[in-house]
Design a protein around this ligand. Structure first.
Ligand SMILES: *[C@@H]1O[C@H](CO)[C@@H](O)[C@H](O)[C@H]1NC(C)=O
Ligand SMILES: *[C@@H]1O[C@H](CO)[C@@H](O)[C@H](O)[C@H]1NC(C)=O
Ligand SMILES: *[C@@H]1O[C@H](CO)[C@@H](O)[C@H](O)[C@H]1NC(C)=O
Ligand SMILES: *[C@@H]1O[C@H](CO)[C@@H](O)[C@H](O)[C@H]1NC(C)=O
Ligand SMILES: *[C@@H]1O[C@H](CO)[C@@H](O)[C@H](O)[C@H]1NC(C)=O
Ligand SMILES: *[C@@H]1O[C@H](CO)[C@@H](O)[C@H](O)[C@H]1NC(C)=O
Ligand SMILES: *[C@@H]1O[C@H](CO)[C@@H](O)[C@H](O)[C@H]1NC(C)=O
Ligand SMILES: *[C@@H]1O[C@H](CO)[C@@H](O)[C@H](O)[C@H]1NC(C)=O
Length: 578
């Protein structure tokens, strides 16, 4: 994978190159046509370029499928979400519990009956994977799966890594399930085996934390350390006090968060904190977190060092998602279903992985987006990196139109872009932003987006979807972050740095809210674009080139490179009523 901007790339020989975001399977076109009254999902152009068919799949191999059942009332879920997250609403912050949120997406009695009859007739045992029962799991052999779904499961070799996967280029949903089952995974969505290099680490000389809390040190122009972010954004250094306020950090692709590296990081950059402050660990899909120095992952280290190291003493959980889910898309699904099943999931979740929106069938993306809405309705803030390829998303080659990044484009998450420099703070040239092709502009950002679009005029007409959800929502510094990796100091860049930074601000605000006996901030966007809109440092310079264009320009107000701007903790605290 070639990152858009060569400055972010370093030589392949360098052992310490790490991803900000996951490159997922190359362009997937999942068309659907009608054949014999059954629903056919088919890849238009064969497997992704990196995969070649090496043979039919062994008939006895058992495959684990996840079946998505039609959700009964996603519109009701959306209404309930806005009811609890719009400051002007009577029900603001009156969050739903697990069962209340799940009820909106529970399949209808008709759907359950159709699916259960089919499972019974086929003598297949299914497990319910979510509290709502909208995902089922079944294990069937390849020969059975070929038969059930009129598929041809084959073994595909990933030519870059030699890793193999079993997928089909098309499948059919049984006639009686049309309208009741929206997706069978994994079938035509290929896994991600590339470790995308969109973010680089380069050796750096460690800088000691500067004492001043009010002045931004001049050295912050060359290297960002926690004290730079604390002074730039007025982030408090005082320890959080509320143990019920939790902060979740996800890890994929065997990215392991190293505690010894964190200790060195804290010892160097947060001398005011105990260097033994650490995170707890949870596992999804058999995910592990081995602590041998050579196991450390650059991404996982950034994500833990700039959460534990900024959200002082907020209990932080590193959730490692194993590879059995078949790449990041399956991992996103499994980790969110894992959190949905908890009675008290962490109030903030930060994720620095993403892919191009067009790599997923809409039904899959929509289902994930509705899972984020359920957590939002329960009072959880979900933050995702906006991506590091400017307007080209994660596009390796050329792009004819701008490429939106998912899950950043889901209207129910808060997408975080990047800035660089301190005087002035400028939109990061790599910060992905633009407009979704899947979701329309949500009402909370309509006015902000239309102001931007009227300023843009006809420029780039046809290259982006003017009726789509605009992203990112907010931004934070993303260049020259000093991190510790394998006990050495490196400089890192990407929206992978920005996202844990912004999420830490929210985690600290939640600590203050919980201490004051108030509910957490929950789904942020309706609040960010209204009561909190002036609590940002508006970024008005910079652009995010890509697809052979100079990209969008940052402007006064919202723009698709820095969103509303970077956080001002003092103003956000006031906007949160503290
Ligand atoms: C949202 O709030 C309105 C007004 O209070 C109420 O009538 C409606 O039932 C609520 N919707 C949901 C799904 O909770
Ligand atoms: C499918 O197999 C996995 C282990 O590979 C197991 O964890 C799961 O419970 C099985 N599901 C069903 C429905 O039998
Ligand atoms: C799979 O790809 C790897 C790496 O390109 C290659 O070495 C191997 O021969 C391929 N295997 C088959 C069965 O084609
Ligand atoms: C952590 O702090 C202890 C006590 O101050 C100190 O002895 C130790 O060297 C520190 N370790 C690191 C890795 O900074
Ligand atoms: C730890 O890493 C070293 C160096 O890569 C390796 O030799 C050693 O076997 C590893 N130990 C474990 C327990 O994995
Ligand atoms: C543009 O976005 C809308 C949703 O706002 C969608 O319905 C439409 O299909 C998108 N257009 C293209 C060309 O993808
Ligand atoms: C980029 O645009 C220039 C000028 O319009 C054109 O000559 C060039 O072929 C384009 N490159 C790509 C990769 O599309
Ligand atoms: C961005 O700003 C530059 C400098 O003012 C201007 O030349 C360019 O046309 C602007 N581009 C867009 C897309 O607005």
């Amino acid at each position: 994978m070639v990152a858009y901007n060569s400055i972010l790339l370093i030589s392949q020989m360098t052992p310490s190159v790490f991803t900000a975001l996951a490159l997922l399977a190359p362009l997937l076109t999942s068309g659907s046509t009608v054949r014999s009254a059954a629903h056919v999902h088919r890849r238009a152009n064969g497997p992704p370029a990196d995969f070649t068919l090496v043979g039919v799949a062994p008939t006895n191999t058992v495959l684990s499928f996840r079946l998505a059942l039609t959700q009964s009332n996603p519109a009701g879920l959306e209404e309930a979400l806005y009811n609890v997250s719009m400051p002007s609403s009577l029900a603001y912050k009156k969050y739903l519990d697990k069962a209340e949120a799940a009820r909106f997406v529970s399949p209808s009695a008709d759907t359950l009956s159709a699916v259960n009859s089919w499972l019974q007739a086929q003598n297949i045992h299914a497990a319910t994977l979510t509290p709502a029962g909208d995902w089922l799991g079944i294990n069937v052999s390849v020969s059975r799966a070929n038969d059930l779904f009129d598929a041809e499961f084959g073994v595909y070799n990933h030519t870059r890594t030699g890793l193999q996967t079993i997928r089909t280029l098309s499948y059919t949903i049984p006639e009686e399930l049309v309208g009741h089952m929206t997706l069978v995974y994994p079938t035509t969505t290929f896994p991600e085996f590339n470790s995308m290099i969109s973010l680089s680490l380069r050796p750096a000389i460690p800088r000691r934390a500067e004492a001043s809390k009010t002045l931004v040190a001049a050295s912050c122009a060359e290297a960002i350390i926690p004290s730079c972010l604390q002074s730039l954004y007025s982030i408090p250094t005082t320890p959080a006090t509320q143990s019920s306020n939790q902060f979740g950090v996800t890890g994929f692709f065997d990215e392991y968060a190293n505690q010894a590296d964190l200790q060195t990081f804290l010892g160097t950059y947060r001398p005011d904190m105990s260097n033994s402050t650490t995170f707890s660990f949870e596992s999804v899909d058999g995910g592990i977190n081995p602590q041998n120095a050579s196991d450390a992952g650059g991404e996982a280290n950034i994500d833990t060092q700039y959460t534990v190291g900024l959200a002082t003493d907020v209990p932080t959980i590193f959730i490692s998602v194993g590879q059995s889910s078949g790449g990041a898309w399956g991992g996103f699904l499994d980790v969110i279903n894992y959190l949905l099943s908890q009675d008290s999931p962490p109030q903030v979740l930060t994720t620095s992985y993403a892919g191009n929106e067009d790599e997923l069938p809409f039904s899959f993306a929509d289902n994930l987006c509705n899972a984020y809405a359920q957590l939002g309705a329960r009072g959880v803030s979900i933050l995702f990196a906006s991506g590091d390829g400017g307007v080209s998303g994660w596009q390796a080659g050329t792009c004819d139109t701008f490429v939106p990044v998912f899950p950043a484009t889901c209207p129910f998450v808060t997408a975080v872009g990047a800035t660089e420099g301190i005087n002035p703070e400028t939109g990061g040239y790599f910060s992905s932003g633009g407009f979704s092709n899947f979701w329309a502009t949500p009402s909370y950002q309509k006015s902000a987006v239309s102001t931007y679009l009227s300023h843009l005029g006809d420029t780039y007409s046809g290259l982006y979807n003017a009726s789509g959800r605009g992203f990112p929502d907010v931004s934070a510094q993303g260049l020259n972050f000093e991190i510790v990796y394998e006990q050495d100091f490196y400089s890192a860049a990407g929206t992978s740095c920005s996202t844990p930074t912004f999420a830490s601000v929210i985690a600290l605000l939640n600590d203050e809210l919980v201490a004051a006996g108030e509910p957490s901030l929950g789904f942020l966007n309706p609040w960010l674009y209204s009561s909190a809109a002036s609590a940002f440092n508006d970024i008005t310079t910079g652009s995010n080139p890509g697809c052979n264009t100079t990209g969008f320009n940052a402007t006064a107000g919202w723009d698709p490179i820095t969103g509303l701007g970077t956080p001002d903790y003092i103003k956000l605290r006031a906007a949160a009523g503290l």
